[in-house]
Design a protein around this ligand. Structure first.
Ligand code: FE2
Ligand code: FE2
Length: 397
């Protein structure tokens, strides 16, 4: 396999020296170039292929945001990471559409290596070069126009309340995913995982949400024609139900809290790739959804045949670029076919797989990938979990 090429950009030579030192152990695996300015970075990219750019934000002449803007434009497939100081929260908000991930300086070497290694591991999830380019170019997910408007109005009103904003955002998959990504990014340095959208909105705060909505337009209202047959509201309801069911299954299986939260979050985001397919492949995707009655393959298999990957891998790839943890990515990527994953024990993947099957209400007796569930030793509990989820749904109605 080719060596990955990383490009580090910072105007302070000491910072670059520090990075060089802390990444020394990786020099046999990665090719690394260190430069002092945006102009030099672009010159390097013009001459050689680069896989990841890690840039400082505040630099004279061309700042990090300007550099990443150029990179996004000319080299959309390149992964863009910002490494900036703790006090630059405002700058982070400005660059939220430009960078895939934000890391804070001074950066722990282990954290940085881990973030980069995770990014490279994404190749295993989505190998298709064309799709990778499309997904890396996505900066905002489509939202329902009415909800976008409600958020706008609320943040601009004189007595805007964070609670109300949180309630509005909690009704839209695109907005919720972006907020969860930001709060769970390494930049926020939280030691626990945030899966609850209302908690996430409160953590970001009203000012940050205001900036996101009004100045960066991070929430994009979708064009209805583009999305065609995709049932937006139905998808959101299904995402919420899958998250809730996955959490129930994990609790019933006596899993630790952290894993329960991971399964909930992965459940919420498991079908996010459908938004990406709908926006980028409008009419072709419509053909896939509208399969003739004689079609025997599942929708995700038809997607694989039409696009080279299904919404599961595409969604997992985007969430990975946005910095979500590996365990969650596997649960998203293999939610239809857990047997093809490397995961041989019960955890978020099995919980999300079952939760998805339960909510789609496949006929009784059909309990997901029975071979896989047998292999990981939980098949005998499936009926009880299915009942538990049905009871849960009854309670919510
Ligand atoms: Fe799915
Ligand atoms: Fe699903």
């Amino acid at each position: 396999m080719d060596k990955k090429h990383l490009l580090f950009v910072d105007d302070e030579p000491m910072v670059l020296k520090g990075l060089q030192r802390s990444l020394r152990s990786m020099r046999h695996d990665w090719e690394m170039t260190f430069v002092n300015s945006g102009a030099e970075a672009l010159a390097v990219m013009c001459a050689q292929a680069v896989d990841v750019v890690v840039s400082d934000m505040r630099m004279p002449e061309m700042d990090g945001a300007q550099l990443l803007e150029c990179v996004k434009q000319d080299y959309p497939q390149v992964v863009r990471i910002i490494l900036s100081g703790q006090l630059d929260r405002e700058m982070i908000l400005k660059s939220v559409r430009l960078a895939h991930q934000h890391l804070s300086k001074p950066c722990d070497a282990v954290l940085l290596k881990d973030a980069l290694a995770k990014t490279f591991a994404l190749n295993d999830i989505l190998a298709h070069a064309g799709l990778k380019k499309i997904v890396a170019g996505i900066d905002a997910l489509p939202s329902m126009p009415t909800i976008c408007m409600e958020v706008m109005e609320e943040v601009q009103s004189a007595d805007a309340s964070i609670q109300k904003v949180a309630d509005i955002i909690a009704r839209d998959l695109g907005m919720a995913a972006k907020i969860l990504q930001m709060v769970n990014s390494a930049f926020f340095g939280l030691c626990r995982r945030v899966g609850d959208i209302r908690d996430a909105v409160k953590l970001l705060g009203l000012d940050a949400i205001k900036a996101l909505v009004l100045s960066v337009n991070v929430f994009a209202a979708f064009e209805k024609e583009k999305l065609g047959l995709l049932d937006f509201e139905g998808l959101w309801q299904h995402s919420l139900a899958t998250g809730g069911f996955a959490r129930h299954i994990m609790r019933a299986a006596g899993q630790p809290r952290d894993e329960v939260d991971a399964a909930f979050l992965a459940g919420m985001l498991h079908d996010i790739g459908k938004l990406i397919l709908a926006v980028n492949f409008g009419s072709e995707y419509q053909k896939v959804i509208q399969a003739p009655g004689s079609e025997t393959r599942a929708e995700w298999e038809r997607e694989q045949a039409a696009f080279g990957a299904s919404h599961a891998e595409i969604g997992a790839y985007l969430m990975g670029l946005w910095g979500l943890e590996t365990a969650l990515l596997a649960a998203i990527a293999f939610h239809h076919n857990p047997g093809q994953s490397q995961i041989g024990e019960f955890g978020p993947l099995a919980a999300v797989h079952l939760a998805d099957v339960f909510d789609r209400q496949t006929p009784a007796g059909e309990g997901g990938d029975v071979d896989y569930l047998n292999t990981i030793g939980v098949q005998q509990r499936v009926a009880e979990w299915r009942q538990g989820c049905a009871d849960l749904e009854g309670e919510n109605q």
